[in-house]
Design a protein around this ligand. Structure first.
Ligand code: NAD
Ligand code: IPM
Ligand code: MN
Length: 328
């Protein structure tokens, strides 16, 4: 990103723990000296309950006028005709690459999830007797996600293409295309069936570096990866397109802990750091990540990590560190 005008960020706090972790992320961004114009947009379950619509065309226009989006989490309304507004945003803004880094003391790998097609095509029929969802894999969609994964793998060790081509004909195209891109880019690549990948993630996660996969496999494997590094509450993501990007923790609205003040804010804070990096503020991103790591090492942990701190205590520890190291 470049240019003199202040960047505009659509801030979508969402539902459940969404607003709780968003408050933390914004406070940490302030402490890191991040400067941007905040445009609050209310979308999600709460909005749907209040007005019957989770997001309007006007909301979408407001969001499109922003450079990027910082997103908390939203709950899915219990309405059979409802299609997730998050999925709609990913589609409308063509946020095709969902980048999900997983880091802990001894692990460091990234899941690159195709974010616009696969079983999330929206091509569905539902009846009492028979229901279908069409799994769409395109060469163009596979090529661009493979390119993004190779961008990341080129700086690392290897790419693992995760698929189910032994059963799904659609994945033969995905596998062929990813292999061809990796070969052209001279990125060392292997491939692995998704069931074996799920197993290997549990028994030897250190063997992974960058994994690229289709939409639903990426969704499921990333919650599994979160469990392996310790908690869903630790994990961040960037949904990247050519023009816009959306940054969000990978967890949902967590209704079981909402309102209790114990949500882990780290995933949202790390998502804010990913946003700073995308906005061209890599140093601020690194400072935030460093502060998060320091707080965790000091044992400032929420109950999901076996700690006894609340959301605010963890957030204040991170902010305190940033303030002490101001200018570093
Ligand atoms: P969830 O991710 O909200 O929660 C799964 C489990 O992880 C829960 O036990 C929860 O307490 C725990 N957890 C999640 N985030 C945490 C955090 N920051 N700190 C501590 N613990 C945390 O998944 P769910 O319960 O299956 O879904 C709830 C709602 O969220 C559903 O309506 C779902 O559709 C929606 N959802 C939204 C998003 C999103 O907005 N990006 C992502 C996933 C699910
Ligand atoms: C995620 C979520 C979403 C998904 C839901 C809420 C639509 O689980 O971002 O991982 O399935 O992609
Ligand atoms: Mn998910």
């Amino acid at each position: 990103m470049s240019g003199g005008r202040a960047k505009k960020v659509a801030v979508i706090a969402g539902d459940g723990i969404g607003p709780e972790v968003m408050e933390s992320a914004l406070a940490v961004l302030d402490a890191a000296g991040a400067e941007f114009e905040r445009i609050p947009v209310e979308i999600g379950f709460g909005r749907w309950k209040r007005t019957g619509q989770a997001m309007t065309e006007d909301d979408l226009e407001t969001i499109k006028e922003c450079d990027c989006i910082l997103f908390g989490a939203i709950a899915t309304p219990p309405d059979p005709g409802y299609r997730s507004v998050l999925l709609r945003l990913r589609r409308e803004l063509d946020l095709y690459a969902n980048i999900r880094p997983f880091r802990s003391r001894d692990l460091d790998f990234i899941i690159v999830r195709e974010n616009t097609e696969g079983l999330y095509s929206g091509l569905e029929e539902e009846s009492e007797a028979e229901s279908r969802t069409v799994r769409v894999i395109t060469r163009c969609g596979s090529e661009r996600i493979a390119e993004k994964a190779c961008d990341l793998a080129a700086w690392r060790k290897k790419l693992t293409i995760v698929h189910k081509a032994n059963v799904l004909r659609s994945d033969r195209l995905f596998l062929r295309t990813c292999r061809a891109v990796a070969e052209r880019r001279k990125v060392p690549a292997e491939d692995m069936l998704v069931d074996a990948a799920a197993y290997n993630l549990v028994v030897k996660p250190q063997r992974f570096d960058v994994m690229v996969t289709t939409n639903l496999f990426g969704d499921i494997l990333s919650d599994e990866a979160a469990g392996i590094i310790g908690s869903l509450g630790l994990c961040a993501s960037a949904n990247i397109g050519e023009r816009w990007a959306l940054f969000e923790p990978i967890h949902g609205s967590a209704p079981d802990i909402a309102g209790k003040g114990i949500a882990n804010p780290v995933g949202a804070i790390r998502s804010a750091a990913m946003m700073m990096e995308w906005l061209g503020e890599a140093q601020k991103a690194r400072r935030i990540e460093g502060a998060v790591q320091w707080a965790l090492e000091q044992g400032r942990k929420t109950p999901d990590l076996g700690g006894s701190c609340g959301t605010e205590e963890v957030t204040w520890a991170i902010i305190g560190y940033l303030k002490r190291k101001e200018g570093c």
